[in-house]
Each structure stands twice: as structure tokens, then as C-alpha cells.
Write a protein that binds this ligand. Structure first.
Ligand SMILES: Nc1ncnc2c1ncn2[C@@H]1O[C@H](COP(=O)(O)OP(=O)(O)OP(=O)(O)O)[C@@H](O)[C@H]1O
Length: 235
């Protein structure tokens, strides 16, 4: 369970996240939606202990990320910009993460097979396509066989096959009773993948609930989104 409660984050005079509260329940895929600059990445960074909140809390099973005894076994994360060293082979990249987190080496092969990179395990990461890179990021998030996945824009750059693969994977992951929080700019995709959504604009929550609740009275999740966020440009 993820519980964000009255979370605020200011950078100098700029309020990036303003009194944000929401929960993400096990067994669901929850979409985190918002225009550019809305505060999604900031919220996820605080949740993952990469940044300190100005006030409020972001807890994972009742604890801040930094207090988890085996963080990778509890939460797997894919954030923008946290890529592997391009010269490294994929298998070495994952082995390094596994070893530094006391995860058995055998798990590296498992996650590579799980994301469909088994045959490309020994290629250098710089030879990977964008889609392969995203799969490798998801493989890294899965190393600890976590109960919770937190993914920032996981389908960015993926082709339709790749997008469908991520969707099916996340649906199955949640169906097994685990928890998924993912941000995405792709409304149609989010409507297919998520059960619940949290919509943020200018640092504040403007809607949360099931996709059906948020879409009610609108032609689609996308039109609901534009109505809720004031049709801000930048999408
Ligand atoms: N380190 C920082 N210093 C100053 N301002 C920041 C910092 N990080 C984020 N911000 C500002 O906080 C606001 C929220 O940014 P954030 O990256 O969380 O938005 P986002 O919803 O993830 O947007 P995007 O979809 O573009 O990634 C933005 O106005 C951004 O410029």
C-alpha cells in the first residue's frame, strides 16, 4: 500500500507539490496523470526517498522508503534519467544491481527472460533500441520480485507491441494482488491499463477515483483530463 498524505514540496519560491494526498491499493493499477510540470515526478521522487518533502509524508506499507530494510524487494522503480552505463552489457548491469542488493544471480536471467531480453542479454546497452532500454529498466525494477512497482512513463518510446506487453504485464502483476503506480501521458493507453487514477495539475490533486468515475460525463478519459486540468498545453 502506498499512502501519500498532505505532501508538499517547494523549491525556493516554487511549489512543485501542494498538499497532495492519495492512496494506491494492492491489486490495482493506479495511473498518475498530469500535464508537464504538474508535480508527478517530484511526488514519485519523494516517495522513493530521492528527495525530502517540505511537509507531509509519502509512505510504503507505513514507512518512508529510506526506512525499508530490503527496498528492492518491496518496491521496484523505473524513473526517467536513471539509465545504465551505455558501455555495459545488459546482464552485467543487472548483475551489479542484484549483487549490491543481495539478490541471487539466478534472478538476473529470470527477469531478462520475463521482459523478453533473454537473447539480447550480452549486448551492450548502447546497442539497445529505446524499447529494449525500457524493457531493461523494467527488468531492473523486477529484480527484487517486489510487491509494488512505481513506473514513470514506462511506455515512452515503445512500439504498439511493446505497449501491449507492458499493459498485459502490469495487469497480471496487479491481478496477483500486487500494487502498481504508473505515470503516463498517454490517456488512451492509461484508460486501458489502469483501474484507478490520480489526476494532478499545478501541484494539486484535481481528481482521483476509478477510471469510470473520472471519465463519467465525458466522452473519454482524455476529454475528462482536459476538462479537469483546464486544457493546459504541453501534452
Ligand atoms: N529541482 C528542482 N528545482 C526547482 N524546480 C523544480 C525542481 N524539480 C521540479 N521543479 C519544478 O516543479 C514543478 C513540477 O515538476 P515535476 O517534474 O514534478 O512535474 P511532472 O508532472 O513530472 O512533469 P513532466 O511530465 O514534465 O515530467 C515544475 O514546475 C518544475 O519546474
Amino acid at each position: 500500500m502506498i499512502e501519500v498524505s498532505r505532501l508538499s514540496k517547494r523549491y525556493g519560491a516554487k511549489t512543485a507539490v501542494d498538499d497532495v494526498s492519495f492512496t494506491v491499493r494492492p491489486g490495482t493499477v493506479t495511473g498518475f496523470l498530469g500535464p508537464n510540470g504538474a508535480g508527478k515526478s517530484t511526488t514519485l521522487r519523494v516517495l522513493l526517498g530521492l528527495d525530502h518533502p517540505t511537509s507531509g509524508t509519502a509512505l510504503i506499507d507505513g514507512r518512508p522508503y529510506r526506512d525499508l530494510s530490503h527496498p528492492l524487494r518491496k518496491v521496484g522503480a523505473l524513473l526517467d534519467g536513471a539509465g545504465p552505463v551505455p558501455e555495459r552489457r545488459a546482464i552485467d548491469h543487472l548483475t551489479w544491481i542484484a549483487q549490491s542488493n543481495r539478490i541471487p544471480r539466478s534472478r538476473v536471467r529470470e527477469v531478462l527472460d520475463l521482459v523478453g531480453l533473454g537473447d539480447a542479454a550480452k549486448q551492450r546497452v548502447k546497442k539497445y533500441s529505446l524499447g529494449m532500454g525500457q524493457r531493461l529498466g523494467i527488468a531492473a525494477a523486477l529484480l527484487g520480485d517486489p510487491e509494488i512497482l512505481v513506473l514513470d512513463e514506462p511506455v515512452n518510446g515503445l512500439d504498439p507491441d511493446g505497449i501491449r506487453w507492458v499493459r498485459t504485464f502490469l495487469r497480471e502483476f496487479a491481478a496477483s494482488g500486487r500494487t502498481v503506480l504508473l505515470s503516463s501521458h498517454l490517456m488512451a493507453e492509461m484508460a486501458e491499463t489502469a483501474d484507478e487514477a490520480v489526476v494532478i495539475a499545478q501541484g494539486r490533486i484535481v481528481a482521483r477515483g476509478s477510471i469510470e468515475e473520472i471519465t463519467e460525463g465525458h466522452a473519454s478519459l482524455e476529454t475528462a483530463f482536459f476538462a479537469l486540468t483546464g486544457g493546459q498545453v504541453g501534452w
